[in-house]
Design a protein around this ligand. Structure first.
Ligand code: MLT
Length: 265
């Protein structure tokens, strides 16, 4: 399905009952809504599940590549308006978590509960910003292939990479299909995002934090820090998983997700 949000074409998938608990899935960078397939399939009919492609990703339009996390939040809120959803459960992985956290800070009334996966409230350090600047330079001079290939070993455990699971291939194809302008634009948006740590104490929604035990990008300690600051949060570590824990170990991930949503509905 598609919608024009803030003048921009956005593609999304919707499953389940229109009257059910609305849950919006927000993918990481540079992926697409296809990363949530194993979750959408596992959800009961009484959940209204929506997974969308963030601007520049998947089938959503790339536009001018001038992105900010604020703009991604504007798009998310416009999607809720388009779907006539007053308040949704937001489930975001990594960049999706940054978007969910900032949306909660900006519009707490639109967020019923939070599922934050392999993400963090902290902004980029100077070293991380320099890393993003280097990646932009590399992509502008030699394309996205080296960037994508360099990212893959940080997303999955060594064991998953060795056994080349379907999930590894899915993510590789997805990243390679992402437009260079969208990748560089999103790198800038990530580097410029604000720190939402100070706002955590005011996020009174129930929150489930899930982190791959072996995540090198947003390690479980990032989850422990948010756990200490959020008023109503629980933390689950996902075994045999690195950064894309929902893809690497969907069985454990879905068990925690379903139990959390059953308590929230
Ligand atoms: C992601 O998976 O969305 C990225 O790792 C986020 C980031 O680079 O900060």
């Amino acid at each position: 399905m598609e919608a024009i949000l803030n003048g921009h074409r956005c593609h999304y998938t919707e499953r389940g009952s229109g009257n059910g608990l609305p849950v919006v899935f927000i993918h990481g960078f540079p992926f697409s809504r296809a990363t949530w397939e194993a979750q959408l399939e596992a959800l009961p009919e009484n959940i209204r599940a929506i997974a969308y492609d963030v601007r520049g990703h998947g089938k959503s339009a790339v536009g001018d590549g001038h992105y900010t996390i604020e703009l991604f939040v504007d798009d998310l809120l416009a999607l809720l308006d388009h779907l006539k959803i007053d308040a949704a459960v937001l489930c975001g992985l990594s960049m999706g978590g940054y978007i969910a956290l900032r949306a909660t800070e900006r519009e707490p009334g639109r967020v019923r509960a939070l599922v934050l996966c392999d993400t963090q409230s902290a902004a980029d350090s100077d070293a991380a910003k320099l890393g993003r600047a280097g990646a932009i330079r590399q992509i502008q001079t030699s394309g996205t292939a080296a960037f994508v290939d360099g990212l893959l070993p940080k997303l999955f455990t060594a064991e998953s990479i060795r056994s080349e699971t379907g999930a590894v291939e899915l993510i590789r194809r997805m990243m390679r299909a992402t437009d260079a302008l969208a990748i560089t634009g999103t790198l800038l948006a990530l580097a410029c995002r604000i720190d939402t740590t100070a706002a955590l104490a005011d996020m009174h929604q129930p929150a489930l934090l899930m982190f791959g035990e072996e995540d090198p990008i947003t390690p479980p300690d990032a989850g422990r820090q948010m756990l200490a600051a959020l008023p109503h949060a629980t933390l689950e570590l996902i075994p045999r998983a690195a950064h894309v824990s929902n893809l690497e170990n969907p069985a454990d991930f879905n068990r925690h997700l379903l139990s959390f949503l059953a308590q929230t509905a």
